[in-house]
Design a protein around this ligand. Structure first.
Ligand code: GDP
Ligand code: MG
Length: 160
């Protein structure tokens, strides 16, 4: 079981769709569109994995949005054998990334750091920024354009 986590809008659902080969997860420019977690399966170069696409936001009535995001992320990490921690290489590392990264680190679960939206030149700076999260070397990918998926798979298999 692999959980895809990270702040809203970094491309978690796009990566989920890319890996599962479906449009099951909603992709949107609006942060927080994925309102509940979505499960899928992928046959990644012959290896079967269960994937969870997290919202970063859930429909709960109590608590702040940040609280709910945090809670849902924690639950997904808890259930996972491996965490794909996604950042937006174009935006660089944000405060929300840093705070989620702390949760991921403290979980003790294996984490693969993914710097998404790294197609073209704009992505490069954020990829290097990602080292500061203390989650090891980032894998630069473009979920939208399907770049770097082989490298990502290599790291996933090494971490499982
Ligand atoms: P989520 O909130 O983390 O699930 O993010 P989404 O998957 O909904 O994507 C948020 C936005 O980022 C959408 O407009 C996507 O089209 C865009 N996006 C996702 N992956 C990439 C990528 O590899 N490159 C670029 N340039 N945009 C991407
Ligand atoms: Mg989403």
């Amino acid at each position: 079981m692999v959980a895809i986590v990270g702040r809203p809008n970094v491309g978690k659902s796009t990566l989920f769709n890319r890996l599962t080969g479906t449009r099951a997860a909603l992709v949107s420019d609006l942060p927080g569109l994925t309102r509940d977690r979505r499960d899928g399966v992928t046959d990644l170069f012959g290896v079967n994995l269960r994937l969870i696409d997290t919202a970063g936001l859930e429909e709960a009535r109590q608590g702040s949005i940040a609280d709910r995001m945090r809670k849902q992320t924690e639950q997904a990490i808890e259930a996972a054998d491996l965490v794909l921690f996604v950042i937006d290489a174009r935006a660089g590392v944000t405060g929300a990334d840093t705070s989620f990264a702390r949760i991921a680190r403290q979980s003790g679960k294996p984490v693969v750091l993914v710097a998404n939206k790294a197609e073209g030149r704009k992505g490069t700076d954020g990829v290097l920024d990602a080292f500061s999260l203390g989650l090891g070397a980032p894998i630069a990918i473009s979920a939208e354009h399907g770049e770097g998926i082989g490298d990502l798979a290599t790291d996933i298999f090494a971490a499982l």
